[in-house]
Design a protein around this ligand. Sequence first.
Ligand code: EPS
Length: 385
Amino acid sequence: MIRYLTAGESHGPALAGIIDGLPAGMAVDVDAINRRLKARQGGHGRSARMAIESDAVEFVAGLRGGLTLGSPIGLLIRNRDFENVRTLMDPLTGSGPPITRPRPGHADYAGALKYRHRDLRNVLERASARETAMRVALGELCRQYLAVFGVTVAGYVLQIGDVQAQDQIDLPDTKSIDDSAVRCPDATTSADMVRRIEQARADGDTLGGVFELKAMGMPVGIGSNRQPSDRLDSQISAAVSSIQTVKSVDVGERIGSGDYVGSTSHDSFEIADDGISRATNRAGGIEGGMSNGQTVVVRARVKPIATLMKPLPSVDLAAMTAAPATIVRSDICAVPAASIIGEAMLCIALAQAMAEKYGGDSVEEVAEHFASSQRGAQRVFDKGP
Ligand code: EPS
């Protein structure tokens, strides 16, 4: 079983993570993790914080000589900005003037009431999407585990504000995603999205959007129809919707398109030379809570960032008077970063589900379990039903 935890405040000394359950003997590519951390910091519309940070992971447990030991892996990502705000955020001595005007759409208000904090900073520090840097590091470790099964994951942006890319991006091309300032593989739409972000900046506003994730090379039978919580689509939805700005997750291509007609929503079976084939993948690679061998397709809708430079009406909770919401440094648009985090969360959810089926104590054992399961699956219909 693969489990993980993160800890850390946005402006505290560091983000910490633990992942337990990865097999022994896995070669960890630290540069690949750091490249993803850099990508998460990028994307047009990110805040000035990104010029302060230069995220890089440090391993403090679970690795020796670049190989996993099979023990829990401990990671750190230091917050450079901590040195600039030490008097506010020092774990033992930190204090400062309270923030008292909650931002509509942020965790400020609900968190203050829940934890009985009179300073909203005590809520927003943990609620900040800064925490997702650690998820990206953990997700990249899971991506490296998925490589044992030949599964690859890609993510890209389909919509920012009202600017939308074409609906079908068949084979995501990593170079065109990386080359885009907003991680949208369509260059013309990318340029329109950048212009839209600049308009939002001028308006003192923020933008949400949509990103899509694909997992390619999926074997059949990951996840299960046995229990509600075993279903692969429920696990993926839970993982992706746990990202701070994500408000909804679609699995498959058809459901969000609006016609709700059975004959145009499913994927017919055909006999092909090498077995069964399907001309469409509307189900997004999951049927009955189990992977069906097709590409897993997930779409996530991201709300606009809650910190507006032209703030929404709020109240001062200390004075109980009407007041505009607090303004803190923030992003105008974080949809490109959200797509990177989405990839990480999909990698984590898939790694957890793969470990359930093929798990083992060492990479060799996992590979053996996988190979024998694949051979068995090919023989299912050899003798007829
Ligand atoms: C973020 C770091 C934060 C914000 C953003 C995400 O940095 P700071 O608060 O120092 O400007 O840029 O956080 C939010 C959008 C939020 O609502 O809290 C990051 O590293 O992703």
